[in-house]
Design a protein around this ligand. Structure first.
Ligand code: VGL
Ligand code: ZN
Length: 207
């Protein structure tokens, strides 16, 4: 099988001190750097929002981060402003050391639609191009790592399954937000949804 490592959103705003900091988010960096040495194919995703974005609570008067609203494409969790195009917060973590990465897929750059997945925007019809890339390159097995486990990692992993790839999430190379927007929190739900979709879950020592 031809393997690809998909490194999701290891950006300053998702690390401690960032606008949407994932607890312990920067702990994934050394794990991912080491893991990536064992892959011929490495792809990065980068959350890349315009200054006003539909996923920002600041775009909806009276709403606060972690409120959920209904949009034409479904429910949308609202977030603090984050990963604004070409800001320091949107940059990759300075210690992420992946010179071998072949492709950087930016997502969430349309003001009126969010994109957790590296493959398909939240409207579920607009592709990013990553699906065509993996198919044209003959990549059949995806390992997904990065931030955040329960949003962009999970959505990317499940979309990779929909494309027919074998998919594994490397748990110690991910960290989650665990938003209280669903009973039991979003992290447990994401792991359950991924398991139901046939996504495998391992630690980096098992890769
Ligand atoms: C993400 C929330 C909003 C993520 C991106 O990378 O998981 N989460 N934008
Ligand atoms: Zn975002």
């Amino acid at each position: 099988m031809s393997r690809v490592l998909i490194v999701v959103d290891v950006q300053n705003d998702f690390c401690p001190g960032g606008a949407l900091a994932v607890p312990d988010g920067d702990a994934v960096v050394p794990v991912i750097n080491a893991l990536a040495r064992r892959f011929d194919n490495v792809v990065l995703t980068q959350d890349w929002h315009p200054g006003r974005h539909i996923s920002f609570a600041s775009s909806h008067p009276g709403k606060a981060p972690f409120d959920v609203i209904d949009l034409p494409y479904g429910p949308q969790v609202l977030w603090p402003d984050h990963c604004i195009q070409a800001t320091r917060g949107a940059a990759f973590h300075a210690s992420l050391d992946l010179p071998q990465a072949q492709v950087i897929v930016r997502k969430g750059f349309r003001a009126s639609v969010d994109s957790y997945s590296g493959f398909m925007e939240a409207d579920r019809v607009t592709p990013t191009g990553l699906g065509a890339y993996v198919q044209e390159r003959g990549l059949t097995e995806a390992f997904v790592v990065g931030l955040a486990t329960d949003f962009c990692v999970a959505w990317t992993a499940m979309d990779a399954r929909r494309l027919g790839l074998a998919v594994t999430v490397v748990e110690d190379a991910c960290r989650g937000i665990d938003a209280p927007t669903v009973p039991g929190g979003t992290l447990a739900k994401a792991w359950a949804d991924m398991a139901a979709a046939g996504v495998a879950r391992i630690s980096s020592s098992q890769v």
